[in-house]
Structures are given as structure tokens and as C-alpha cells.
Design a binder for this molecule. Sequence first.
Ligand code: HEM
Length: 406
Amino acid sequence: MNQNIILNEISKLKSKQSQWEPFTWYKDMRENNPVYYDAEQDVWNVFLYEHTKRVLSDHELFSNKKQRSLIPVPREHFDNRSNINLVDPPEHRKRRALQSQAFTPRSLKEWEPRIKAIVDELIADLEGESTVDIVEKLAIPLPVTVIAELLGVPFKDRGLISSWSDIIFLPYNQEAYVDIDKQKGQAMKEFHDYLLPIVQEKRKRAVDDIISDLTKAELDGEQLTDEEVVMSAIGLLGAGNETTTKLISNIFYCMLFDKPGVYQELRTDVSLVPNLIEEVLRFRFTASMDRRVAQDTSVFGPKMKEGQVVVAWLGAANRDESEFAHAEELDIHRPNSQHHLSFGNGPHFCLGAPLARMEARIALTAFVNQFADIQPVKGFDVTEHLTDSVLGQSLKNLPILFDRNR
Ligand code: HEM
């Protein structure tokens, strides 16, 4: 059986539009098929908030040690101590501790001015324009520039890094499986060969960045090998790049199309920016995560057998009315938006969540302070601007019109 699980084969949503807006299907599954078995791929699927949370957090029943997965990366490269995701507690705690030192509130405070400077530069580049593609100009360059800077890889190479990372995490599809696999192998090799001398250099002369920290970190009294540091860096890029791009793109899409008017509310009270970010994460993040059933269980009703896969549909859980009142509406005054599961739950809760939140907050605050209004471009048809991604359909462009402050 194929080791990669293909979400669109489960949902049978064929058009880009229906994959971009799977919310009617989510609702139907929550109401009529909340624990659904896809026999073709031998995969269980859960859609309710409580079930999703349980799958993500109960590692005794639902393990992260898995052979088959939604995450479309060639497994052999990540089977070592650099991987903090494909492992359960207690081993997980130790591996995570190595990387989590980089994401403490103190390190974030230190990074804030660096991130502000990157945002200011990207926004200054919009000077003189009245229409911009906000994905190309902000949502794509911001996360990759930030992570390149924090890892300590040369800024000038961010285009290369972005394209390797895009290929390595490209979703598989049945038609082009072999071709995609070949591309991934090639990108992985090039990225690895690019990072290795950087890691070797930093091991000799450590500076103030995450790769240097990783070369010094110890697990059970032993340092990570150069290979493991390389794979940790690729893992961080993969986990933090496209996800944050998607968040920033979605924020603009939501302001333009899901809740026009919200931009003016932010202009009046910019302290509402974090509420909008949390609500966009709840409302428009169509991600799913998987686990291996670790022991036979009927915890959700039907019997799931050890070794089967279970997919938790985070985007569906985020619209479950039992947790979120009027869940199908984007409401920045919702008291519990931050209960969304878009950053996961339990031991594997996203390590980069504070960084992603901070990037989005700094970018949106700077934008709102400088631009009096934003409008969609006439005739914009979202279906022409979507691309397949590991997170479902993502925006590849979002042209917007904006007015500068006078
Ligand atoms: C909006 C942006 C982001 C979203 C929605 C997101 C989402 C997630 C989710 C759902 C998980 C849980 C995986 C699981 O349960 O198996 C996760 C884990 C993780 N994320 Fe993020 N992420 C984002 C940004 C970032 C950033 C910026 C970084 C770092 C640069 C990062 C690093 C990680 C790491 C290392 C893990 C693995 C944690 C573990 O397994 O213990 N993420 N993320």
C-alpha cells in the first residue's frame, strides 16, 4: 500500500474551488459521518472538535510513529534524531527540548526588531504602486526571509531556499506520483548539499543563530551530527514556511472577501489585529494531521485496528458548533477563537506558533498603520489563483488595490 495518504482521494472533492472551500463537505461529515472509514486507503477520518483534539493529543491511542502519512516528504531522510514530529513521548520530549530552546519568549523578544526590519523593508518596496500581489510581495517573502535569518543562512539565497522547500513539501497526486517523487529527491539532495558546509562552518565558529545553537545542543550527552542538524533546519523550514505564508495570504483574503469592513475596524483599533489572526486560523485553515492507531480501540464508536491510520480534519473541527457558536461566521470578537486546533494540540503543539503569530502581527499592524484602505481587484476569480499545497489549496496570487495614508 502507498505510504502517502492523499486527502483529495478521501474527500472526493475534485475542483480547486471545492478544495479551497471544503466547508460544506466538512459540515456534512460532522453531521452525517463524523467517524468515517475510507476503505480505498484504509484510513479513518474524524471531523468533530473533541475527536480531533483526542487524536492529536492522546499518544497512547494515536501514535506519531508512523509508516504512512499525509506529510509528503521522502521518509528515509528524516528517520533520525532531527525529527521531533515522528516520535512519541517520552523520547519526543527530549528531542523537542533541543529545538524548543530557539523558541522561548526570550528569543522571540530578541528577534522582534529583526522581524520588524524585514517587514518594513517589504512594505517600503510597495512604494509607488496602487495594486500589488500581496502573496508575492509579503506572504511568500516574509516567512522565508525570517526563517533564513534566524537559521543563519545567507539572505541572498532565500529564493533558492523557497523553491527547494516548495518542492520537498509538494503534495503527491496519483497521476504524477513518480515524477513528483523524483523532483523531491533532487531538491532534497541540492538543499542538503547547500546546507552541509554552512553547518560545518558554524560548528567550528558558532554565531547567534539557530543552526549554531543546534550544533551545540546535546541529546543524552551526545551532540547532533552534521546530517541531523541539516535535517533539523530543513524540517523547520518545511514546518514554518508555507504554513505562515498561507496564514498571511488568508488574512488578506478574509479581510477582502469573508468580512469586508473588518479592515476599517482594525484601522480604528489596531489592538484587534491578534483577534483577527486567531480567527483567520480558526476560520480558514484547511489543514489535517494524521496518526497511527497504536492499539485496537472503539473510543469513537467503530472499532479501529492497531496499525490503521486516522486523519484528524482540523479545519472541520474548527467549525464545530459544539465548540464555536455561529462557527461558519468570521467574528473577530469571538471570545474563544484561540481554541482553534490549527496549531495542533497536546505534546506536538506547534513549536513555531509564537513565531508565526508574531510575524503575522508585525506585518498586519505595519500594513494597517500605513494603508487607509484595501479593495479587491475587479473581476478577481479565486479559482484562477489557487495552487495545490500540503495544506490543501493555497492562494498563489492575491492582487489588491490599496490607498496610502494621506
Ligand atoms: C501559521 C503557521 C503554522 C501553522 C498553522 C502550524 C501548524 C502546526 C501543526 C498543526 C503542528 C502539529 C503537528 C502534529 O500534531 O503532528 C505543528 C507542529 C510543528 N510546527 Fe508548526 N505551524 C506553523 C508555523 C510554524 C513555524 C513558523 C515553525 C518554525 C519555524 C513551526 C514549527 C513546527 C514544529 C517544529 C512542529 C513539530 C512539533 C512537534 O512535533 O513536537 N511551525 N505546526
